[in-house]
Unconditional design. Structure first.
Lengths: 314, 429
């Protein structure tokens, strides 16, 4: 089946076959990353604009790196230095970027739905690098890529996502990817941050940490997003840690071979014990590295590349 | 002005318990029981076979944006949109710029209406100065200047104490107090209904409870003060229950529902279409059904549009950043007919009632009837005609409607204000 999408906006709209294609393409690119010369000419002559209207470290650098590994030219623009601070609308900013001959926009934006909005306005592909509390599709893809590398087939495997789910786009993208792949997803955290409405997405919601962690083969921790919370979602960070922070005792409830994941940025000592973050079960830095290969795959496919031709792109 | 002789219409006049095919006579700008033989000869005759003739529709909730936001709408364009929708009396909200919180601004609106409006445009005044919810506006002066009610629509009065005093004070003049029921502390940054859909879309939710709390408060304070509180654009099922209970106790509360809350639900928002963004937000199917049941048993008194024009460039934004509100006047009748008459077995007469006599009675306006002697404010519509609604070609200055481009059923053919034609639809294809 050929790849036909120009945009990557959500995981919700992807089929399992499309997720498989992205992962297969990412696996091929990951081999290239292990070589001495890490660059392929696949996107030579193309210009990618990273329009990051909300702060980012990992995602932005990984997109930057991915584009450069594919030999594209990259321009990065962030909120503080763009004309949006002068009152320019997103439509006008994006149309100007298109008029400057950009070939693809990677958008990070605080407003949910904004990549879909841009994709309707522009003629060039739009890749969602995180929109509000909605989706972060490349993160969901790299997380599930990492899980598949470590665990193989995810069907029937218990994956627990722990923390601030309400405001998390990472959680939503992972929920969609994991449920399509047949994993058994449990969400856990304080009831104010993990409302029961999530069960509508085909997951289990639990506020009991022990049963949520029991036999889980993956635990994914999420940061408490101070910047999106108005007030009063939980008493204090200290209470959060005491109730839901992952420490060594609690980690022992997991499946013996369980892996610990975190999309970053980590708040050490809050959602995760510092030692665990650096421990042998942690795959946090593998996630970051895989993020390059997955984003290379996404950029390559959105430019019309086909999964089976990756082996010969160089 | 020659007399008008509307022939063989189905005349629906709920206030006079009339629903029968017959002729309607208008002379000297008023409805008359009959015309003299001489007058009949000179009269303009309108063949109304297949059409409904009813009182001009009444909308007690519109935003005409004048003064201050005339790039969105003016009293002139808004009144033409009203006429095109069959409305002959509208009540405009005071959230203009500056807000209508003083007699001078009310006079400005009345002057503009007198000069520019093709339908009857009645002002409301603010409850509090600047709609800031901190100090009472000069309610007595506003009443003297001619407001038909007071409201801080869009900015619900948050202080229970201040609301209590507003009601007690308004009670002195028996002036209705209209309230947009929203606990602001529960809706910080909210852009849509809170629930399954907002969870999926990652949009900040506006819970039903924020409306229910204020509806309860208003019912309690209405009973305590004896003042009439009208709850604007009710959207939540529990609010309907609270109103039902309050009315059964004889509390002086009334309520309205909008055509969009009756027709649409929040699961349409997957496209992040800003033409589905309004306040209160579209709710769930259970809420929608509760509103219909509330209209059926009289818990909700009437339909009102909350006609809220915004320009294309204001609505053309990320969902979070687009302003709340949609147009309503030109689509209210066909949408209400579709939801209530076609899908929910309301009689045609009942739907007409909810758009004419009932809203007029909520604010005790002299409108919504065809009793001989009253000003001839009349709507003539074809309940079956299908037509394509082009919001850009509509009479409003703005075009922010979720029904743009859709085929609607039920079309206003003729609108009369004081016996004068203020809107006439082009001949049907």
């Amino acid at each position: 089946m050929p790849w036909t999408r120009r945009h990557l906006l959500t995981i919700e709209e992807l089929s399992l076959a499309e997720i498989d294609q992205i992962h297969a393409t990412a696996a091929a690119f990951k081999k290239i990353l292990g070589r001495n010369v890490k660059k392929v000419p696949a996107l030579r002559g193309k210009t990618i604009v990273n329009l990051f209207l909300e702060p980012s470290t990992r995602t932005r650098m990984a997109f930057d790196m991915a584009a450069k590994r594919l030999s594209a030219d990259v321009i990065s623009l962030d909120g503080a230095s763009s004309s949006t601070t002068k009152g320019e609308t997103l439509r006008d900013t994006a149309q100007n970027i298109q008029a400057l001959n950009a070939d693809l926009i990677v958008l990070r934006h605080a407003a949910s739905g904004s990549p879909l909005y841009l994709s309707r306005i522009l003629n060039i592909p739009v890749v969602n690098a995180g929109d509000g509390a909605h989706e972060h599709p490349t993160q969901g893809l790299l997380d599930t890529f990492t899980m598949r590398e470590r665990l193989g087939d995810l069907r029937g495997r218990k994956v627990t996502i722990l923390g601030d789910i309400l405001f998390s786009r990472v959680a939503r993208s992972n929920i969609h990817a994991l449920t399509k792949m047949g994993a058994a997803v449990t969400l856990c955290g304080p009831s104010t941050l993990v409302p029961g409405w999530f069960t509508d997405l085909g997951v289990t919601v639990s506020h009991d940490l022990k049963s949520a962690l029991a036999d889980a083969e993956v635990v994914m921790l999420l940061r408490i997003q101070h910047e999106r919370q108005s007030a009063g979602h939980f008493p204090s960070l200290g209470e959060y840690t005491s109730m839901f922070g992952l420490n060594k005792t609690r980690a022992s409830w997991l499946h013996p071979k369980a892996i610990i994941m975190h999309p970053g940025p980590i708040n050490r000592g809050v959602e995760i014990d510092s030692d665990l973050a650096d421990g042998e079960r942690s795959v946090i830095l593998e996630q970051v590295t895989n993020g390059i290969a997955v984003r290379m795959a996404v950029l390559y496919l959105c430019f019309g590349g086909q999964p089976e031709s990756v082996a010969v792109v160089d | 002005m020659p007399a008008l002789w509307i022939q063989k219409a189905r005349i629906i006049d709920p206030a006079n318990r009339r629903d029968a095919v017959g002729d309607l006579f208008i002379e000297g700008g008023r409805v008359v029981a009959s015309l003299s033989t001489a007058a009949r000869k000179r009269a303009r005759k309108i063949d109304a076979r297949g059409l409904v003739a009813c009182p001009g529709l009444v909308d007690i909730h519109v935003h005409f944006r004048e003064p201050g936001q005339t790039h969105k709408e003016t009293i002139a364009t808004g009144s033409r949109a009203a006429a095109a929708g069959g409305f002959t009396t509208v009540v405009c909200m005071p959230n203009t710029s500056p807000p209508a919180d003083n007699a001078g601004t009310i006079q400005f609106i009345k002057d503009a209406a007198q000069r520019d409006a093709v339908v009857k445009v009645l002002p409301t005044g603010c409850i509090t100065v600047g709609m800031k919810g901190q100090a009472l506006a000069p309610i007595g002066s506003l009443r003297r200047a001619g407001v038909v009610a007071i409201t801080d629509d869009g900015d619900c009065v948050q202080s229970n104490e201040l609301m209590r005093r507003a009601l007690e004070y308004a009670r002195m003049f028996d002036l209705p107090v209209m309230d947009h029921c929203q606990d602001a502390s529960m809706t910080q940054g909210a852009v849509m209904n809170e629930g399954v859909v907002s969870t999926r879309l990652g949009l900040r939710g506006w819970p039903n409870a924020a409306e229910d709390l204020i509806v309860s408060r208003n019912a309690i304070l209405s009973e305590y003060s004896g003042a009439h509180v009208h709850m604007q654009h009710i959207s939540s099922r529990f609010s309907v229950e609270i109103l039902r209970h309050a009315k059964s106790r004889g509390v002086r509360v009334t309520a309205e529902a909008t055509p969009h809350h009756l027709a649409l639900t929040d699961d349409l928002l997957s496209t992040y279409d800003t033409h589905l963004k309004m306040n209160p937000p579209l709710r769930t199917e259970a809420d929608r059904q509760a509103l219909i049941a509330g209209l059926r048993d009289g818990t909700i008194d009437c339909i009102a549009t909350d006609h809220a024009p915004h320009t294309d460039y204001e609505k053309d934004k990320e969902f979070d950043f687009a302003p709340n509100g949609i147009l309503g006047l030109e689509t209210a009748l066909p949408v209400s007919l579709e939801v209530l008459f076609r899908k929910n077995r309301f009689s045609l007469s009942r739907v007409v009632d909810l758009l004419t006599r009932r809203p007029a009675d909520v604010l005790r306006l002299p409108a919504g009837r065809l009793t001989p002697g009253v000003p001839a404010d009349v709507c003539l519509f074809d309940p079956d005609e299908k037509w394509r609604y082009d919001a850009r070609a509509g009479q409003s200055k703005s075009s922010n409607s979720p029904w743009h481009g859709q085929t609607l059923r039920g079309r206003v053919r003729l609108t009369l204000v004081d016996g004068k034609v203020v809107h006439e639809a082009p001949a049907s294809a």
